[in-house]
Write a protein that binds this ligand. Structure first.
Ligand code: HEC
Length: 126
């Protein structure tokens, strides 16, 4: 019994290590408190469509007709102000004249969460 519990603990440890390692090092290494908090929001709410590195290649994002933009594309993202990003995330794509496949998060995220996830998005544009 003790042995079984011990091996279960080892399996759980390995599984969480694998999940952790599957997040690219570049993304794990984001600096700054806001961006780090934003990474947590991203993993929970955005990654499935926007992809681990925000390249628009999440498991669900790949299936969408309108692909999310590559957040590391500085030329593209620098044309969108923080206010516009805020609006897209708060009210969804449709309200911002974009695809309605981008959901609104006003019910799910606080303003602070949105500011943090914007800091995370900006941290990807090097
Ligand atoms: C159900 C899939 C889905 C989820 C979940 C999702 N998005 Fe999107 N998002 C999209 C799609 C599709 C677009 C592209 C809209 C367009 O170009 O018309 C988009 C566009 C955006 C844009 C505009 C720039 C770009 O990437 O095209 C921002 C910013 C954005 N999303 C932020 C977020 C954030 C932050 C979250 C999590 C809080 C999130 N999205 C969650 C699908 C999603």
């Amino acid at each position: 019994m003790v042995k079984r519990v011990a091996s279960l603990a080892v399996i759980l440890f390995l599984a969480s290590a694998v999940i952790y390692m599957s997040i690219p090092a570049k993304v794990r290494a984001v600096s700054g408190d806001a961006a780090a908090a934003g990474l947590e929001v991203h993993k929970k709410h955005c990654l499935k469509c926007h992809g681990p590195e925000g390249k628009g290649d999440g498991p669900a994002g790949k299936l969408l007709k309108t692909k999310p933009a590559d957040w590391s594309d500085k030329a593209k993202l620098s044309k969108i102000s923080d206010d516009e990003l805020f609006k897209i995330i708060l009210k969804g794509g449709e309200a911002a004249g974009k695809s309605k496949l981008m959901p609104a998060f006003e019910e799910k995220l606080s303003e602070q969460d949105i500011h943090n996830v914007i800091a995370f998005i900006r941290s990807l544009q090097k």
